[in-house]
Design a protein around this ligand. Structure first.
Ligand code: ADP
Length: 585
């Protein structure tokens, strides 16, 4: 693959990893946030039910109080009138006592016009006694329906509270007035202030009137229309309290009453989990606002997701790399195998060709040499046989006998040639491995060549360690030695000083037999060829070039080596054979 493509691919992988990491982290963060918020919202909703119960219980506790008091004959009698100061005083004291016992905020008795004729707070400057509450909705409800309820800021006291009222009727069921209990919730608000949650109670118009934290009370959760405002002014529900809108925007809605919202509260803008619970009986709604605690969870989830994503990416990259490597390795192994097979085939073909041509060349050389060697004596012999017949025809027997001599020599030579060839043919591995003394072999060879050595006046120097035990075929080793000696004599043929030095020495675990002559040595260029079959420098008819080749084969066959080197004055042939250490039996 070109490097630019590879770089592009790497770039794409890095981009994929980055985008994938960001996306998966973002997605996981979002999911984790949402999940954590939903759990939180559920928990908040459960808590909200508890708060609602507490509020409901509180209200229920006082709901029956005005109805029970409305049956009191003393109160009924008072409403029938007239109300003397003494009676009013007695009523005030009575209501004060009951209020204390019931632990309610205030108790008041209104006549049929809404005028407070007695109240438990008669001692206070802000007492209701003497004020008319005929404009209050709870009074109107009581007059028309028998009971009423209304949350409002006290017009006289300025203290907000929940007014529960019950009609006081005469024995004919005629409306005489109303018995009213006012509940205030400062304790409830204090209790609700314990946690960090914001708890609000809003009325049917969405105006908060109970709040456990300052700044959240008298807020409009939804915009008021003109009719609402007119009614509020008429009932003086929140009297002089200014109403401020509370800005909020839903970000995520989980259920109809559960959402995540951004709220512009008194402490600034913040996100809240906003749970709402309608309180059917009062027509109110209870709200719980809680700051979400999900940043940490989200971050952890994002980190985990990024880690999982990265692990997945690296694992898949690793696996694909391994697969690619395995594929490449398999392919290169197959390629290598194919190349080796092809090369082997080529080599085998070449080798077969070489062997074939070498065989042909050897056969050609041998044929030429044999033809020459045999033809020449044959021609000579035919001529000499002719001469012989003539001599016999003329009765010249003595001369005929003399003429037989060269004939005989020639036959001997031909016999020698065939002898050579026979040795060559015999030169196969596995000759005799008898125990023999090399020195004896030297003795034998010298004995066979004795006449020639003497005739040619050769100086012989012998340094023979004996016995030099080796294993091999004595006759064949003798043939080797005769070859070496003959070659040495041939080399020294024209020389004035002829010296032949034969040595047998121990060399480590071998015996070394060397033949050194004073024949001038071998040309450097011929040194490597002297053991090749048919290599000869001798004139045609004198050398076949087989002697050293055959000798070499015999020595190697006996487990030894045959080497040649030039020394000053002549050539030295060395034959080494492993020493046979077996004791003589
Ligand atoms: P041939 O004697 O029939 O030539 P050989 O194989 O015995 O065959 O010898 C090969 C050649 O090695 C000889 O022709 C000769 O040139 C060379 N050679 C062998 N021995 C000697 C030696 N002692 N000194 C010089 N040349 C030698």
């Amino acid at each position: 693959m070109p490097s630019s493509l590879r770089a592009l691919r790497l770039g794409l992988i890095i981009l994929l990893v980055l985008v994938g990491t960001t996306l998966s982290a973002g997605w996981a963060m979002h999911q984790a946030k949402r999940q954590a918020m939903e759990t939180d919202a559920r928990r908040a909703s459960e808590q909200l039910s508890l708060y609602a119960n507490a509020l409901h219980t509180l209200i229920e506790r006082y709901r029956a109080l005005p109805a029970v008091l409305a049956l009191d004959p003393e109160l009924i009698g008072a409403l029938r009138g007239p109300v003397t100061p003494a009676l009013q005083d007695a009523l005030n004291h009575k209501l004060e006592r009951i209020n204390g016992a019931a632990n309610s905020s205030t108790l008041e008795l209104l006549d049929r016009t809404g005028l407070a004729i007695a109240a438990s707070n008669w001692r206070l400057p802000t007492t209701y006694v003497g004020s008319n509450y005929g404009f209050r909705p709870y009074f109107k409800q009581t007059r028309s329906q028998g009971s009423g309820r209304f949350y409002a800021v006290g017009v006289t006291s300025g203290v907000p509270g929940y007014f529960l009222s019950s009609a006081v009727n005469d024995e004919h069921g005629r409306f005489l007035g109303a018995m009213v209990v006012k509940l205030e919730f400062p304790e409830l608000e204090r209790e609700w202030r314990q946690g960090s949650d914001i708890l609000l109670v809003s009325d049917a118009r969405g105006i908060t009137f109970i709040a456990n934290q300052d700044g959240w009370r008298y807020r409009e959760l939804q915009p008021l229309d003109g009719a609402d405002r007119a009614e509020l002014a008429e009932t003086r529900q929140y009297d002089k309290q200014p109403l401020v809108p509370l800005q909020h925007q839903t970000l995520t809605r989980f259920t109809a009453n559960s959402r995540l919202a951004r709220v512009q509260g008194p402490d600034g803008s913040a996100e809240y989990l906003w749970e709402s619970l309608p309180l059917e009986a009062e027509g109110w709604t209870l709200h719980l606002l809680r700051k979400p605690q999900v940043a940490e969870d989200g971050r952890n989830a994002a980190l985990a997701a990024a880690a999982i994503w990265l692990s997945l990416v690296f694992a898949s990259l690793f696996v694909s790399q391994r697969l690619r490597l395995a594929r490449l390795r398999r392919r290169s192994r197959e390629e290598l195998k194919r190349q080796v097979e092809e090369r082997t085939r080529e080599l085998r073909t070449a080798q077969e060709g070489l062997v074939q041509s070498a065989k042909l060349a050897a056969l050609g050389q041998m044929s030429a040499a044999l033809a020459h060697e045999i033809n020449q004596p044959l021609t000579t012999q035919r001529m000499q046989l002719e001469t012989l017949r003539l001599l016999l025809d003329h009765g010249r027997h003595d001369q005929a006998r003399q003429a037989l001599e060269p004939l005989e020599q020639m036959l001997t030579r031909m016999a020698a040639l065939t002898g050579h060839l026979k040795s060559f043919a015999r030169n196969s591995p596995g000759g005799l491995r008898e125990r023999l003394d090399l020195a004896t072999v030297v003795d034998q060879a010298l004995h066979l060549l004795e006449t020639r050595i003497r005739n040619e006046d050769v100086d012989i120097a012998l340094y023979l360690a004996r016995p030099a035990w080796v294993r091999g075929d004595a006759i064949r080793l003798e043939q080797v030695l005769i070859n070496l000696l003959r070659n040495a004599l041939d080399a020294m043929a024209g020389k004035r000083y002829k010296r032949l030095e034969i040595r047998i020495e121990a060399d480590d675990s071998q015996w070394r037999l060397s033949v050194l002559d004073s024949g001038g040595g071998i040309l450097d260029s011929d040194l490597a060829k002297v053991f090749d079959p048919f290599f000869t420098t001798k004139p045609v008819g004198e050398g076949l070039g087989l002697g050293l080749a055959i000798s070499y084969g015999i020595v190697v066959d006996a487990g030894g080596r045959l080497q040649v080197e030039n020394l000053p004055g002549g050539a030295r042939f060395s034959l080494t054979l492993p020493r046979d250490l077996e004791p003589v039996c």
